[in-house]
Design a protein around this ligand. Structure first.
Ligand code: GAL
Length: 678
């Protein structure tokens, strides 16, 4: 793994650039991302181009042996662009225009803006496509950030009407597919189709889902237009995009099909304070981030481009944008680096080199302070880089492969996992449109809870797309596969027939068609050929309503939020007081028809691991471990020190005599240990 940093030469006097480049090299950084917001300096007026400064900046970095990722500047169209295209701005759900003065103020469906983007990308790729320093191009920046995936502009509406016509062919087909007869919502022609917003009460979920799919396709189209240009003018150079955390507004698997590397922006403390609603987590992980938060995304994005992934932006200290922005505990920045290594990252890049004393992000830490002296993270990054070299040296001395190879997940299997969680962005969208577990239920959040339970048992996990092959896994988990599709049945059947894998299906699996209709045969649709049951009722429960399922041998599981009533000849493992069954199993396929609490999930996974033959040890809430290539790593997120010999023990081949290469066998908070395994 290499380390890198995001750098904004246009923010600093040119005399600084060489000093910065030298300093970056001395810190051990190798990959520098630049340019992604610089349009106003590259083209200050329409057609007035100035690329010379950028070339000098790239040359300066190159002279220190640094590699460059060049961003296309399309997330920040300059002010003159609006004079030229006043109608290019995105529109929000309330019909408000998203005005100039920050960033991402464009609508993906505005065709003339897309042409402007193609023009600037072409000019940049013509000029820099062959530059020896450039190892990758980043398209735009964080598609969808600040709620910009979906725009309700007139351009979007027109494009949506055309999209509907392409999809459905005739308006009768669309009316039929969406069930528009329901409230006399039938259309006579495609021009009458409106936006799924501003309606008196909720709009038709089929309409909403179609609009989500359309908006996702618009992003894919926008991205591909840039990728095609770069591939033509800079052949052989990797193209990537920086995705976000806790973000499901478009189908990242589809957008990734046009990229070489999926990268993502990791702000563990920002995500915790902004997105986690559990007060206990808020209290214990405020300065470390959730122990499974970064890992979940590392595994999710590893599944997007066939195993190739980076962290493009890593939090180095307090950020500026969450409700509260604490400092990480000492050592955390180093830990997050090792964690990315453990999940197979090729590059860990920090945001940003030097804190900006102006504009929106003044209190956002960097590796350097505003005055160019080193901030705390700089020391931790330098240490990480030195340790990565120690590990390489150890590998060479002991003839282990020195780096985890960067090839595909399937070929190299650098991160070997027995467990696959299937992740469907469309499936999440379906659940989010009409939340089946009530207003506090989040499909993404529940998936993260299942992931956490697996991690607490010490397992490596792959998070894969709905069309990925599932063959070879010992345990397959489905919770966001809400869509009942022939492809889902095919991949599951192939995995089931070719091995002894255990499959766990959670509520909502295969419960809607592509058009947001319930399957004629009821849920779980076509999967009923794998497990003979059907869902006859789905209920959502208020927070105080916890239900207890009891098994014949008196094991209890507390469930809440969402429960399904099952009709089947299969005898359930347990029963609720009101007679509803809980947890059905046919052969090695399990259907878990309610949402267990954290303890229940952990116990459930303990049993599933046992049945799948996956080794496991309950590591508790704070200790985590991950195997990558020939290495195993352990991380402590908790305040109390842990002794690895006691806490991992023989289940993970760790004894008091295990030679630890990096760190030690007693881990304090924020510490990491790395050792070799064969
Ligand atoms: C990211 C974004 C960066 C910067 C950063 C601050 O979302 O890509 O440009 O704004 O957040 O944390």
């Amino acid at each position: 793994m290499k380390t890198g940093v995001c750098y904004y030469p246009e923010h600093w006097p040119e005399e600084r650039w060489a000093l910065d480049a030298k300093h970056m090299r001395e810190m051990g950084l190798q990959v520098i991302r630049i340019g992604e917001f610089a349009w106003s300096r590259l083209e200050s007026f329409e057609g007035t181009l100035n690329f010379d400064w950028l070339e000098r900046a790239i040359d300066t970095l190159h002279a220190e042996g640094l590699s460059v990722v060049l961003g296309t500047p399309t997330a920040t169209p300059p002010r003159w662009m609006l004079d030229k295209h006043p109608d290019m701005l995105a529109v929000d759900t309330q019909g408000r225009i998203r005005d100039f003065g920050s960033r991402r103020h464009y609508c993906f469906s505005h065709a003339p803006y897309l042409e402007e983007c193609k023009r600037i990308v072409t000019l940049l790729a013509e000029r820099f496509g062959q530059h020896p320093a450039i190892i990758a191009w980043q398209t735009d920046n964080e598609y969808g950030c600040h709620e910009t995936s979906i725009s309700y502009s007139q351009h979007a509406l027109a494009a949506f009407q055309t999209w509907c016509e392409d999809q459905y062919g005739s308006i009768t087909t669309l009316n039929e597919a969406w069930g528009n007869v329901f409230w006399s919502m039938e259309y006579d022609n495609f021009h009458q189709i409106g936006l799924p917003t501003g309606t008196v009460t909720e709009s038709n979920p089929s309409h909403q889902l179609a609009y989500w799919r359309f908006s996702s396709t618009q992003i894919q189209r926008f991205n591909k237009a840039q990728v095609d240009i770069i591939r033509r003018l800079s052949p052989g150079t990797d193209v990537l995009h920086n995705f976000m955390g806790n973000f499901v507004e478009f189908d990242h698997h589809e957008v990734s099909k046009d990229l070489d590397i999926a990268t993502w922006d990791n702000y563990p403390l920002g995500f915790l304070t902004r997105d986690n609603t559990d007060p206990l987590d808020q209290e214990r992980f405020a300065r470390t981030g959730h122990p499974d938060g970064s890992a979940f995304h590392h595994d999710l994005y590893r599944g997007c481009c066939d195993g190739r992934w980076w962290v493009m932006e890593q939090q180095p200290g307090p950020v500026n944008w969450a409700p509260y922005n604490p400092s990480p505990v000492n050592g955390m920045v180093r830990l997050w680096g090792w964690e990315a290594f453990a999940h197979g990252a090729e590059v860990m890049s920090y945001f940003r080199w030097r804190q900006a004393p102006f504009a929106q992000e003044q209190t956002h830490a960097g590796l350097l302070l505003c005055d160019a002296s080193e901030d705390i993270a700089a020391t931790e990054v330098a240490r990480l880089n030195a340790e990565l070299q120690t590990l390489n040296a150890f590998a060479q001395a002991n003839s282990l492969p020195s780096e985890q190879p960067s090839a595909s997940i399937n070929d190299a299997k650098t991160v070997q996992s027995d467990i696959a969680i299937v992740f469907s962005y469309a499936g999440v969208a379906i659940q989010d449109i009409q939340p089946p577990g009530g207003e506090q239920f989040s499909a993404l959040g529940f998936c993260q809870k299942l992931y956490s339970a697996c991690r607490q048992w010490g397992a490596n996990v792959d998070i894969v797309s709905p069309t990925a092959s599932l063959t070879g896994y010992k345990l397959i988990i489905l919770c966001t596969s809400t869509e009942d599709t022939p492809e889902l049945l095919a991949v599951l059947r192939a995995a089931h027939e070719s091995s002894d894998c255990v499959v766990a299906l959670f509520p909502g699996t295969a419960s809607r068609s592509r058009e947001y209709r319930m399957p004629n045969m009821l849920a779980p649709g076509a999967l009923q050929t794998l497990i003979d049951l059907r869902v006859t009722r789905s209920e959502s429960l208020p927070p105080h309503e916890m239900l207890t399922a009891k098994s014949a041998d008196n094991l209890t599981t507390h469930c809440g939020q969402w429960r399904e009533c099952i009709q089947s000849n299969i005898k359930p493992h347990a029963q609720f007081d009101d007679g509803w069954g809980f947890h059905y199993q046919q052969d090695r396929i399990h259907y878990i028809n309610a949402i267990p609490d954290a303890t229940g999930l952990l116990e459930l996974f303990g049993r599933l691991f046992h049945e799948s033959g996956i080794r496991a040890k309950n590591l508790g809430p704070y200790l985590r471990t991950q195997r990558v290539g020939n290495w195993r790593l352990a991380f402590n997120f908790g305040k109390e020190p842990v002794n690895l010999a006691d806490n991992l023990g023989l289940s993970f081949d760790f004894t008091a005599n295990t030679p630890v290469i990096i760190g030690s066998s007693i881990l304090h908070q924020g510490e990491v240990a790395v050792w070799a395994v064969r």
